[in-house]
Design a protein around this ligand. Structure first.
Ligand code: PMP
Length: 417
């Protein structure tokens, strides 16, 4: 976390009702009940400020970027590059050259896997991940292992869903070329000690990719303070639109990487004999980008910072504490993931009820939770459950939402007797 000064809003009491008024969708009724949206870890809702920024851009400024001399193209380019600068400030990257727009976390990780890891690694090299990763931070490395014959190592977790740090350290060795871990687990909510982990990995000469999909909405991310080599996240989990995210990468690493995808915008000159590539970050952004998405992402960053990330995190921590106590006290409920350091996610099972049935019953009461394996099948295998129900919290959730969840779970228990 950075020591940057806190915005003035951090000292104001958190006014969740005012925040809720920014999110029109929260007025929706579901199955005759007010919507209780507890699925922000899958995708958060967007405030008017984001919706308006996208509409303004689409209404008044849209054209293709980087290519035209005409007024609209210049307006679009200005807005798009302004969004890049906004993203740079949000994560405190040293330069906009280090901020690559991608479709989301999944694409960010695949870009690093294919452009950084694949050309470098060979038999004997190791990639180290943890046992709580999302499939997006497992499968791209398995592909690299198949392509290069390097080896995937997996650091275990304990029964609370925390990384077994001693085991992680034992797996780190001079053979470890890359460490890729989540900042916060989507299935369990565990916050990983990423600053320490990056220091230890660097001491062995490995580079580190942090999957920040679940961290960006809940934690102030300072890539320079962390020392991350790669850090990636998605806009749609932080009150921005789908189809856009950021890959941060240290400039020296990007300079050493071949382009991943070829096409327009990523080139300087093309002939049939030889093509030369554009400068950073454009070399990694082939084709027309998601312009309105980037503008929406920038508006989401403005919005989150206007609330104060610290204030949002404190609000969510209070809700998580309340929900953990109340849901955990219900009969036949088992909490899955009880790490000492957690953020905004409560995973659980109800004895005798499949998570999908539970999710359907809760939906009948207007309570939206995610059920399933949460794209983290190895985590489900570790806890020996086919699936969990997961309630996740965002800046707009209330104690009333927790009460509705608890009441709906009690009714579900009654139904299954
Ligand atoms: N990593 C984590 C920890 C996630 O929670 C998610 C989204 N569920 C992803 C990666 C993939 O993000 P996206 O689908 O936006 O690419």
């Amino acid at each position: 976390m950075s020591a940057r000064p806190q915005p003035a809003s951090a000292v104001r009491p958190y006014d969740v009702e005012r925040v809720r008024r920014d999110f029109p969708i929260l007025a929706t009724r579901v199955n005759g009940h007010p919507l209780t949206y507890l699925d922000s870890a899958a995708s958060s809702q967007r405030p008017r400020q984001v919706l308006r920024a996208i509409e303004d851009y689409e209404t008044h400024s849209h054209a293709n970027v980087h290519r035209g001399v005409h007024t609209l193209s210049q307006a679009a380019t200005g807005a798009f590059e302004g969004a890049r600068e906004r993203a740079r400030r949000f994560i405190n990257a040293a330069s906009v050259r280090e901020v690559i727009f991608v479709r989301g976390t999944t694409e960010g990780i695949n870009l690093v896997a294919q452009s950084y890891a694949r050309p470098r690694y060979r038999t004997g090299d190791e990639i180290l991940i943890s046992a709580l990763e999302h499939h997006a931070n497992i499968v791209p490395w398995q592909l690299v292992c198949e392509q290069t014959r390097c080896t995937l190592k997996v650091a275990p977790i304990n029964t609370r869903g925390e990384l077994d740090y001693e085991a992680f350290r034992r797996l780190l060795s001079p053979r470890t070329r890359l460490v890729a871990v989540a900042h916060i687990s989507n299935a369990l909510g565990t916050i990983l000690p990423v600053a320490e982990l990056i220091r230890d990995a660097h001491a062995q000469g490995a580079v580190v990719l942090i999957d920040g999909a679940q961290a960006a909405p809940h934690t102030r991310v300072d890539v320079q303070a962390l020392g991350a080599d790669f850090y990636t996240f998605s806009a749609h989990k932080m009150y921005g639109p789908t189809g856009i995210g950021v890959l941060y990468a240290r400039e020296a690493l990007l300079e050493s990487m071949p382009p991943w995808q070829g096409g327009g915008d990523m080139i300087r000159t093309v002939s049939f004999e030889r093509t030369t590539y554009n400068e950073l970050p454009y070399r990694f952004e082939a084709g027309t980008p998601n312009i309105s998405g980037a503008i929406g992402l920038a508006a989401a960053m403005d919005y989150l910072e206007s609330l104060s990330l610290e204030a949002v995190a404190a609000h969510e921590a209070r809700l998580l504490e309340l929900a953990t106590a109340q849901v955990g006290a219900l009969p036949d409920i088992e909490l899955i993931g009880t790490a000492a350091h957690k953020a905004a996610v409560l995973s659980f099972t109800m004895r005798g009820v499949h998570a999908h049935d539970l999710g359907t019953i809760l939906d009948a009461e207007g309570v939206a939770v995610r059920t399933g394996h949460h794209c983290a099948m190895p985590v489900m295998t570790f806890f020996n459950v086919p699936a969990t129900a997961r309630a996740s919290f965002g800046c707009y959730n209330t104690e009333e939402d927790v009460a509705r969840l608890v009441a709906a779970l009690q009714r579900a228990r009654g139904l299954f007797g």
